[in-house]
Design a protein around this ligand. Structure first.
Ligand code: APR
Length: 233
């Protein structure tokens, strides 16, 4: 397969989605017909869903947390670690995934724009805690500082993704942009590719199926990220 031939002065921004973790054994959202492990997005991925039924939402994210801990990074994650070592500072990995697998693989410059299963925060005093430090036995875990309800540190629909300023600063410098394993239909992430391409950056896509924002991809590699990334990078 053709190599990407990135140059030392390239600045690369990568966006990953559920597809890169599929080969680790975590289901993508599309797999489940708009349901996420048999729950509707409204039930488990909106502030209203949490307000209606915090016990159900906590049960759901505890399960996702334990599931993510039980799987391992795959060759796709690892190829991105090796790539970062080559590009050093000229590299940013933005992920929509909350499973922490990029971090566990060893990626350093990572922004988890939709939050993380590995942390939670207090609905009252906003203190952030590691899930591994929290007593997860109660139906609704409690803040160690103020005793109020904790919530998963997940950016739900209707909430603002994290670190958007840093992301756009990197997009403004990017000479190459890669989108990997994401269906390209959840905004604002789905828009990054159009933004960088309008600035003249080279765009590359790696995906099992053609994503919604296919029109903005200059070079497309169709297939599994775990097969393709190690061979093109
Ligand atoms: N390698 C590469 N791509 C894959 C693989 C694989 N092994 N398996 C599946 N894919 C592709 C699918 O073809 C699909 O286009 O990954 C994409 C996964 O799409 P989604 O399930 O929609 O996931 P994602 O794009 O990450 O969702 C974005 O939506 O629900 C919200 O906030 C949640 O972060 C999530 C966001």
């Amino acid at each position: 397969m053709t190599k990407l031939n990135l140059k030392p002065k390239d600045f690369l921004v990568i966006l990953t989605g559920a597809g890169i973790s599929a080969e680790s054994g975590i289901k993508t959202f599309r797999d489940s017909d708009g349901l996420w492990e048999n729950h509707s997005v409204e039930e488990v991925a909106t502030p209203e869903g949490f307000a209606n039924n915090p016990i159900l939402v906590w049960k759901f994210y505890k399960e996702r947390y334990y599931q993510a801990l039980s799987v391992s990074p795959n060759p796709g994650h690892i190829a991105l670690v090796d790539l970062e070592k080559k590009l050093n500072k000229n590299f940013l990995l933005v992920t929509q995934n909350v499973d922490g697998l990029h971090d566990r693989a060893g990626s350093k410059s990572v922004i988890e724009m939709h939050g993380s299963l590995n942390t939670c925060f207090c609905t009252n005093c906003k203190k952030k805690e590691l899930m591994s430090d929290v007593d997860l036995n109660p139906d609704i875990p409690i803040c160690s500082a103020c005793g109020k309800m904790l919530r998963p540190d997940i950016v739900w629909f209707g909430e603002m993704p994290y670190r958007m300023n840093e992301i756009y600063k990197a997009l403004d410098k990017a000479t190459v942009f890669m989108t990997i394993g994401t269906s390209g239909n959840v905004y604002p992430a789905a828009n990054f590719i159009a933004y960088v391409r309008n600035r003249g950056a080279r765009t590359i896509g790696v995906n099992l199926e053609k994503p919604e924002n296919m029109a903005y991809i200059d070079e497309f590699f169709q297939g599994k990220a775990g097969d393709i990334l190690p061979s093109i990078l």
